[in-house]
Design a protein around this ligand. Structure first.
Ligand SMILES: *Cc1c(COP(=O)(O)O)cnc(C)c1O
Length: 395
């Protein structure tokens, strides 16, 4: 069964597989867009939801819960904020980024600036609410909703544009960047970008805010992508894999940025409720107990090596199990459809890139199933485009 002729109606999942209403089985290598870190219907997930739902699922923010305090302590520890760090729990990546925008505004006020620009990068994706959308410079997403939040601008994701920005003399309250641009086709920042961004933001009194909604919580083989760069940001935003499929988002602050919010400046009714927090705690514990970060790094390398030898593949990029597969032709939508027809779920964030973001738990069987199915899908699309009659005709 399909919805709108495009989406399968999925009814059940187990591990790295999902089934549609007709009983067709798919290997899920998209993982709910980098969300299902433990795959589907993981016993730890299911038992934690059931146990916590039967104990305490929601209280207002007039009260704390042990689950919430435990999660905040875990995130501070994993991110290395030290005692000064603070954690603001929300319900999604967009809401975490809205919180980051407010953090940037409070920072500008503290500096005594009436205004301060918030700067994001071309190709960025930070969410679809009107504030996060202002930081997401894509015409198709923004244009129907103008005017957007003022005081936001964008620069190219290059070191030259970064230097130029800070040489321009404008007051910049925050630079907001993804360590790897997921929606742009899993595009890593240029080598050394985050280190230089840290130097320049510090020198000019701007916050460095990293959107780790997609790259965080182990997806790249480290808890957070910034940890591969030897820098400390002022804040990171998290969501997607944080509770492996239970809605939850977070803003984690470091150092002075932790003193900006004060009582009354921010709140969220559902944010950090004990149910979502309990699931996140259990997911983090499971990743640690099974040493899944090592599996993420190892399986990621294994998949990239296999894919790089396939037809139509120009190369791979990303880190851990967030992998962009660059194609030699703009046929990503065809490749996605061919894979789907063979029972493999991947996605096509751009015309010439396929993204995979499977569960951290994948093993030899899933790697083998992916490798054989994806190769067949690529072969089919490659042979279609190699036909003499279509040679040289743009897709
Ligand atoms: C998915 C995503 C968001 C938005 O998260 P939602 O939970 O959909 O609101 C923001 N930033 C990045 C980098 C993302 O990948």
């Amino acid at each position: 069964m399909s919805l709108g002729g495009r989406l399968a109606l999925l009814t059940r999942g187990e591990g790295s597989h999902v089934w549609d209403a007709e009983g067709t089985r798919y290997l899920d290598f998209l993982g709910g867009i980098a969300v299902n870190a433990l795959g589907h219907a993981h016993p730890v997930f299911a038992e934690t939801v059931a146990r916590q739902a039967a104990t305490l699922s929601h209280v207002s923010n007039y009260f704390a819960t042990p689950q919430q305090l435990e999660l905040a302590a875990r995130l501070k520890e994993l991110a290395g904020t030290g005692e000064r760090g603070r954690v603001f729990l929300a319900n999604s990546g967009t809401e975490a980024n809205e919180t980051a925008i407010k953090l940037a505004r409070l920072h500008a006020r503290k500096q005594g600036w009436a205004e301060g620009l918030i700067v994001s990068l071309e190709g960025a994706f930070h969410g679809r609410s009107t504030g996060a959308l202002a930081l997401t410079p894509k015409a198709a997403y923004q244009d129907p909703f103008r005017p957007l939040l003022p005081g936001v601008t964008h620069i190219a994701p290059t070191l030259e544009a970064l230097e130029e920005l800070f040489a321009g003399g404008e007051r910049i309250s925050a630079l907001v960047v993804e360590p790897i641009q997921g929606e742009a086709g899993v595009l890593p920042l240029p080598e050394g970008y985050l280190r230089r961004a840290r130097e320049l933001t510090t020198a000019h009194g701007a916050l460095l805010i990293l959107d780790e909604v997609q790259t965080g919580m182990g997806r790249t083989g480290r808890w957070f992508a910034f940890q591969a760069e030897g820098i400390v940001p002022d804040a990171i935003t998290l969501a997607k894999g944080i509770a492996a499929g239970f809605p939850l988002g977070a803003l984690v602050t470091f150092g002075d940025a932790s003193d900006l919010f004060y009582p009354g400046t921010h709140n969220s009714t559902f944010g950090g409720n004990p149910l979502a927090s309990a699931v996140a705690n259990a997911v983090i514990q499971e990743i640690q107990d099974r040493d899944l970060l090592a599996n993420v790094a190892e399986r990621g390398a294994q998949l990239r090596e296999a894919v790089e030898r396939m037809p139509l593949v120009a190369g791979t990029r990303g880190a851990g199990l967030l992998i962009g597969i660059a194609l030699t032709k703009p046929v990503a939508a065809e490749v996605r459809a061919a894979a789907h027809a063979r029972g493999l779920i991947v996605n096509a964030p751009t015309d010439d890139a396929i993204r995979i973001a499977p569960a951290y738990t994948i093993g030899d069987d899933e790697v083998a199933e992916f490798t054989s199915t994806f190769a067949v899908a690529l072969d089919e699309v490659a042979s279609r485009h190699a036909a003499p009659t279509t040679e040289g005709i743009p897709a």
